[in-house]
Structure formats: C-alpha cells, structure tokens
Design a protein around this ligand. Sequence first.
Ligand code: HEM
Length: 333
Amino acid sequence: MTKLLKTILFISFLLLPQIAQSNISSNQFDESISIENPGAELWRNVRQRDGIFEGTSQSQSTDANFLINITGEAWRQYRMLDLIPKAGIALLVSLIGVLLFRVIRGNILLEAGRSGIKILRFSTSQRVIHWVTAILFIILSLTGLLLLFGRSFLIPMMGAEAFSYFAVGAKFLHDYLGPAFAVSLVLLFIFFIKGNMPSLKQDLAWLAKGGGMLGRHASADRYNAGEKGWFWIAAFVGGAIVVSGFVLDFPIFGQSRETMELFHVIHTIAATLIVIASIGHIYMGTIAMDGTFEVMKTGYCDSNWAKEHHDLWYEKQLAAGKVPAQKTPTKSS
Ligand code: HEM
C-alpha cells in the first residue's frame, strides 16, 4: 500500500509542471479576470512625477526627489538606436574616404627629392606639447570608442564578463586623462596659434587649387588652409569636448540628469567629429606626404619640403637668413 502511494505521489510530482502550465495557458487570455496590481498606481505617479514624492527626500542634491528619471529612457533609446549607429557610419565613411584618397593619390613624394638642407620649423617645447596632446588624444579616442561601440562589437566576441574588465579600464583612463588633455589642448592652442590665423585671400586660393592636389602648385605660408582648419577644429571642437567632459566627469556642481544627458550627446557628437578630422591629420602627417612626419619628430624640415609645401614661409626664412647654405650633416653622412 505504501509502495502504491509512493508511486502515485511520484507520478503526480512529475506531472505537476504540465498541470500548472495548462492552468496558466487557460487563464492567460481570460480577460474577464482582472487583477489590479496594487503598486501600479504608485509607480505611475512616481514615473509621472505626480507630486506625491516631491519634497520627501532627506537628500538636498539635485533631482533627489525624483525616484525615476523619465527622460533617461528617451536618452538611452536615442544613444543606442540613433547616436551610436550614426557615429559608426560617419567614422566608417571617413575611413573609406581616406582609403580612396590613398588609392587615387598614392604617396605624395618630394618632386625635387631632398636637398639635405634643414630648416628649423618647430621648437622642442612645441614638439613636446604636440606629442603629449597626440598621445592623450589617441588614448582618449580609443577608450571613448570602446565605451561607445564595445557593447555591440566586443560583447559578442569576448562575452560580457571579459568586456566588463576592458570597459572598467577604459572608463578609468578616460575619466582621469580627460582633464590632462584639457591642459595640453590649452597649451597647444597657445604654442601653435602663431601662423594659424586665417588670411582669407591666401587660404581661399589654396583651397581653390585643392591644396595642390589638382596638379597646380598651391602657395602656402607657415600653415596651409587645411592645417589651419585642423587647428581650429582642434580648438573649438576640442574645446566643446573638454567642457562637456568636465560636466560629465564632475557631477558635483548641481547639474541635473537632463543636463548631463544633453552634455553626453554634445560630447559624443564633438568626439566623433574630431576623430574624423584627426584621421585626415594623422594620415597626412604620417604615410601620405614624404618628409612630413620627420618635421614633428625632429623639429627640422628639408628645404625642398618647405619650398614645395610652404613656399611663402620658405621665402621668409630665406630672407631672415634662417636657411643654412650647406647640407646639414646627418649621423650617417
Ligand atoms: C598620431 C597622431 C598625430 C600625428 C602623427 C601628427 C603629426 C603631425 C605632423 C607631422 C605635423 C607637422 C605638419 C607641418 O609641419 O606642417 C603636425 C602638426 C600639428 N598637429 Fe599633429 N599629429 C598627430 C596628432 C595631433 C593631435 C591629436 C592634435 C591636436 C589635438 C594635433 C595638432 C597639431 C597642430 C595644431 C599642428 C600644427 C599645424 C596646424 O596648426 O595645423 N596633432 N602633426
């Protein structure tokens, strides 16, 4: 008898989930049964900031009386569905643009080759400030891009847990190096503004000739219109990144969540723009133009490089007696 009872109990235990499931399915669409969630009205009020929760918090901080930030969901949706995909497309298009330019134009060589005569173009302090800014910029760009696109690209590749280590590290570097970049950007502005002021006639003539890419030589002074454009993008867009970054980095000045959401969007758009512009600058400053990288590396440019890319500046250096008459001895010669 006990054995029979045990068997019945065991079978009913096995069948229990099926019985429960059939009960759930039969009740699921029975609209006549209406169970009012006692918390629904409460949370509706909270979501709509219906007054009842205002002024009840002990905390004096901004937004402390609101349990739910209803604009947060709108911001999240915009970030995930609009901002990130558009930023990704813009970056991809600019990379393809640089690649096409490379395929069409190839290496831009010095027509007259190198003279071996070196002219001083950048002081040591200018080069130090340039490279400190560049290194900080690259770290901030890479960590920023990881925070922006990591979820979509890295989580499927490495899993959420491994990604979380990268994300925490990236956020740490990004948060702490941002203020250092702000300081270096101000110094860069001060040390490079000379020569970067617009001179409309010259700059428009340079642009009309496509910067010399269309076959005709384009005259330029110390900096050409393209370089000036980069300088002012770095100053203004970089400035917007720095200001918005401070609003996000230090949420202790009474800024509301809405303010931070707005500045987050400004930060992301400005960062995307400057990264796009920097792709052009880095390409032109490294593999595109023969003899350009060594200028920022050593501080000196070849006199033929100066004649071909900055002829007006070269003339001024010549007139000021700053162009040596002979080849500058190198380590190998
Ligand atoms: C790996 C990254 C970078 C490389 C390889 C690079 C390379 C160069 C080179 C070779 C020059 C000399 C051009 C000439 O003599 O005419 C230059 C100039 C300059 N770079 Fe960079 N750069 C980098 C990143 C940056 C960044 C991140 C900034 C600012 C945020 C910057 C700002 C400038 C400025 C202001 C000049 C002077 C020319 C001008 O005013 O446009 N660079 N760079």
